[in-house]
Design a protein around this ligand. Structure first.
Ligand SMILES: CC(C)(COP(=O)(O)OP(=O)(O)OC[C@H]1O[C@@H](n2cnc3c(N)ncnc32)[C@H](O)[C@@H]1OP(=O)(O)O)[C@@H](O)C(=O)NCCC(=O)NCCS
Length: 407
């Protein structure tokens, strides 16, 4: 029997959730459903069905993604799962095809996602577009090179105040950092500020703090304490959920705060910048045990739309020979011309400078990787001598991409 991909009907949320959660090896958490209903976009949910039975599906959030020099609408692919009884029969492949068609119809030049496994999505044209870092170190090793003399003040706030204060701070950083995504008010409420017991995972409540200078918010920190102690002493861990700083002093002062909380033995942070600021702030960067992992995967759905919206660092004209197996209408030769006031991208018959795959372009797009790094990995290749260095100069960005949240 074939598996069909179709829109989810209004009364099918529960069987859909049951199927998708089963694919992830989990059951439906009753307490999650109300929150999920608030953030999910009902008209962007797809079901995979076998006859009358829902056997999986996927959904999309309509996001704004910060890109070098601007922002673009992006299809934020989420909650993709096919039940173990129906795996490897092409359901995901059909789901991807349908999602790409829908995103294109909505003028979204990009699709982005976090992958449970990197091996799943590259075949559909997703490239590794951002990295994120994890760190964990003994609190006592968090020694700053220069003592942090606070200019601001950090205070604990409640959820109502955080609802007013946090989004504008987040927005300031979002606008200047490629890889950031927009957050709706519902998303803030359900995913960031709500603190249900099931999400604590054995740790304590979520603390909300703001950093202010002269009463003006410059940053915030959301953290938990995972309490642990015995008669030999305390061993608790401070877990940073989100540290956002719109100024350099707020950044230093908030991190310094994390290393000054009493009864904490370990500081842990996930979903951090790949170029983590603590590397340059602490006397012993190695102690951070900084680990990098894949974060956002990005699929270009509209080559001219995506490339003309981006900013470039050098003026040049490059002919790209693009392969795109899953969306072959994009394959072939394109000129990227950054010599004028605005970048231009057109079909061409001219001889190519560079050969690359759509996954390579996805990896270059936000600025995480340079064309020369892809060349070194045996991917992007140069046809015209010097083309890789020219492409490095054109695609160079000032800011490293960072996506601080999984969706
Ligand atoms: C990942 C998942 C959605 C794949 O669905 P599926 O319907 O089995 O995928 P398809 O049958 O369309 O597979 C298409 C191709 O991708 C490959 N593939 C699919 N899942 C893969 C995986 N996890 N690792 C490696 N390859 C994978 C298949 O082997 C197939 O390759 P082929 O065309 O060379 O034969 C499904 O296995 C699942 O729900 N897994 C658990 C939940 C999960 O990880 N979801 C993704 C969240 S980001």
């Amino acid at each position: 029997m074939t598996i069909e991909i179709r829109d989810l009907r209004p009364d099918e949320l529960r069987p859909w959730l049951e199927a998708v959660e089963t694919a992830f090896g989990e059951g439906v958490r009753e307490e999650r459903i109300a929150g999920f209903e608030r953030i999910i976009e009902r008209d962007r949910m797809l079901a995979a069905v076998d006859g009358d039975t829902i056997v999986g599906g996927g959904a999309i959030f309509s996001l704004g993604l910060t890109i070098p020099g601007g922002e673009l609408p992006a299809a934020g692919v989420t909650a993709v799962g096919i039940m173990p009884t129906h795996r490897r029969r092409g359901a995901l492949t059909e789901l991807m095809r349908r999602q790409f068609r829908d995103a294109r119809a909505r003028q979204e030049p990009l699709a982005i996602l976090w992958a449970s496994e990197g091996s799943i999505y590259q075949r559909f044209g997703y490239g590794l577009a951002s990295l994120s870092s994890t760190l964990e170190l003994p609190q006592a090793r968090g020694v700053f090179r220069t003592k942090v003399e606070p200019e601001g003040r950090i205070r604990f706030i409640d959820r109502d105040e955080a609802t007013r204060i946090f989004p504008p701070v987040h927005d300031r950083i979002r606008r200047e950092t490629p890889g950031f995504i927009t957050r709706t008010a519902a998303h803030w409420d359900v995913e960031v500020l709500d603190d249900p017991a099931w999400r604590r995972n054995g740790a304590g409540p979520r603390f909300l703090t703001v950093h202010e200078v002269g009463g003006v918010p410059e940053g915030y920190l959301i953290y938990r304490i995972r309490e642990d102690w015995d008669w030999t002493g305390f061993k608790s861990t401070l877990e940073v959920r989100e540290l956002m700083a719109a100024t350099h002093r707020a950044l230093r002062e908030l991190w310094s705060f994390c290393f000054g909380v009493d009864l904490v033995a370990t500081v842990r942070s996930v979903l951090g910048r790949p170029d983590h600021p603590l590397l340059l702030m602490l006397t012993e960067p190695r102690r951070l045990k900084l680990t990098l992992a894949d974060a956002l995967w990005l699929r270009i759905l509209d080559v001219p739309g995506a490339l003309t919206a981006r900013g470039y660092a050098a003026s040049d004209r490059l002919v790209l020979e693009l392969t795109d197996v899953f969306l072959p209408d994009q394959a072939g030769r394109w000129t990227l011309d950054t010599t004028g006031d605005r970048p231009r991208v057109e079909r061409t018959e001219a001889p190519p400078d560079l050969a690359l795959d759509i996954t390579d372009l996805g990896a270059i797009y936000l600025g995480t990787f340079a064309p020369s790094e892809l060349a070194r990995a045996g991917r992007t290749s140069q046809i015209t001598p010097g083309a890789i260095s020219r492409a490095d100069a054109v695609f160079a960005t000032a800011q490293r991409p960072w996506c601080p949240e999984v969706f």
